[in-house]
Design a protein around this ligand. Structure first.
Ligand code: ZN
Length: 142
């Protein structure tokens, strides 16, 4: 992906993040996740019905990389089954860690494919996905 296009996508998601703002609804699984090497602290809430993610929202204070990554993650997981979400999560984590991954299933999340060049930013991009991992583990417990 072209570097300018990547910057544009990141900026767009940073300025107009998807589903920002929490709502008062007990039907969501809520998790908090933070990054001590940056300002990032995010509350994530995800609604799952019949093994499918039907909504996800977030709020918090975070840098451009983390906010955009959260917005892109929310875009990519809504409507997916938990199994599909796990697959996206695995591929995203592999991409950031420079392991083998499938770019076809990551969509806009491919904008972070050179984040490994800035090790201090890796956590920023990964943070929302760690939140998703917590949500999935909560679901597995039930
Ligand atoms: Zn950050």
């Amino acid at each position: 992906m072209d570097a300018n296009l990547k910057r544009e996508i990141i900026l767009e998601h940073y300025q107009n993040p998807k589903n920002r703002g929490l709502i008062d609804d007990d039907g969501y699984i809520k998790v908090n996740t933070n990054n001590d090497s940056c300002i990032d602290e995010i509350d994530l809430m995800v609604k799952i019905e019949d093994g499918k993610i039907i909504d996800a929202r977030f709020d918090g204070e975070a840098c451009a990389i983390c906010t955009s990554s959260t917005s892109i993650m929310i875009d990519s997981i809504i409507g997916k089954t938990l199994e599909e979400a796990k697959e996206i999560l695995k591929n995203f984590t592999n991409m950031i860690d420079e392991k083998e991954y499938d770019p076809d299933i990551l969509g806009e999340a491919n904008v972070y494919d050179d984040t490994y060049k800035q090790p201090s930013r890796k956590k920023c991009a990964l943070l929302p996905w760690w939140g998703l991992d917590k949500v999935i583990k909560e679901t597995d417990k039930k």
